[in-house]
Design a protein around this ligand. Structure first.
Ligand code: Q46
Ligand code: ZN
Length: 312
């Protein structure tokens, strides 16, 4: 197959787009797709300072690489979740990426922040699945870092496969409130929140992997040990089968939802305006934000356990 743009020998074939690309043209194609999403969805402009959440995986590092190449002002944010060797290796990858390119990076380690709770501690004490605890903690620290650093936007590397799987999960259970919030740009609902964007929402995991490979970006290949068994993977697998028999399905699913259905859910679900958390001051719908409620729960359970041990 020949490159659709320059007619040289193609190195990659994208069935969903019925197109082939040589290496330089693919890199160009990929970056243009990202730029198109940024512009079309009005994610951010040239003057904005973007905080890029980087996990050490291929998607977030590819996102950082693209934003730099496109000339945006960025700072990386790595959150150490305390998930054993996986967290150590992902941190090393992010630090190597940023120092090789001389990019600003903020590193926060959950075990050293505030109450000093890493994801496994919280999951074990509250008997939650690790991903539920992790999600609440990540949201809190991302929001707090974006607010403290006065960033304009928080960008994450969620790709088309992530968004399609999330959409499928939300549709299968008709979770209207989740559908109302599933979009590539989430405007802040409180002065302490910043806009959240997903510039890769129309680029597949395969496309991101090819970009990362062609750019020679080193990343953590292993998955978080808690990812195995996540329902998201079952949805991704189902979507991959649909995609194999009908290329372009994932993109049509997500693109059409965002274009014509999302607003119906957003308009239908009334959203309260958050107040402020009594403990940390970040936006909250009750007296405490979800992170501080989680911390309170862990502390209460630990205190009860300690009292029981003393009494034993
Ligand atoms: S890091 Fe956290 Fe993911 Fe690991 S514990 Fe689950 S949510 S799987 S993206
Ligand atoms: Zn709080």
């Amino acid at each position: 197959m020949k490159c659709t743009r320059c007619k040289a020998k193609a190195e990659v074939h994208l069935r969903a787009h019925n197109a082939g690309f040589c290496r330089p043209c693919y890199v160009e194609y990929f970056r243009r797709q990202v730029e198109r999403s940024i512009d079309k969805q009005k994610m951010f402009g040239r003057d904005d300072h973007i905080l890029v959440a980087v996990s050490g995986g291929k998607d977030s590092l590819a996102l950082w690489d693209v934003l730099i190449a496109l000339g945006y002002r960025t700072t990386g944010l790595y959150l150490g979740l305390g998930i054993g060797g996986y967290s150590d290796r992902s941190k090393a990858m992010v630090e190597a990426f940023s120092s090789a390119r001389d990019l600003p990076l903020i590193v926060r380690t959950l075990a050293d922040e505030g109450p000093g709770l890493a994801v496994p501690d919280v999951a074990a004490s509250t008997r939650r699945v690790p991903c539920a605890a992790c999600g609440a903690m990540k949201r809190h620290f991302f929001d707090a870092a974006a607010h403290e650093g006065r960033f304009d936007v928080l960008a994450t590397g969620h790709n088309l496969d992530d968004e399609a799987a999330r959409l499928l999960g939300n549709v299968l259970r008709w979770q209207r409130d989740h559908l109302a919030r599933q979009r590539p740009v989430l405007e802040p609902t409180h002065p302490k929140f910043v806009r959240k964007v997903k510039p890769f929402y129309l680029l597949s995991e395969y496309e991101t992997a090819v970009y990362t490979f062609m750019r020679g970006i080193e990343y953590v290949v292993e998955e978080c040990p808690n990812a195995a068994g996540a329902t998201q993977l079952v949805y991704k697998d189902a979507l991959n089968r649909l995609e194999a028999s009908s290329p372009g399905t994932k993109q049509a699913f997500v693109k059409e939802f965002v274009r014509s259905a999302q607003a119906l859910f957003a308009n239908d679900v009334a959203r309260d305006t958050p107040g402020e958390c009594q403990a940390c001051g970040m936006p909250a719908f009750g007296a405490l934000c979800s992170f501080c409620s989680l911390v309170r729960e862990v502390e209460t359970k630990r205190a009860r356990r300690a009292a029981a041990e003393l009494g034993a």
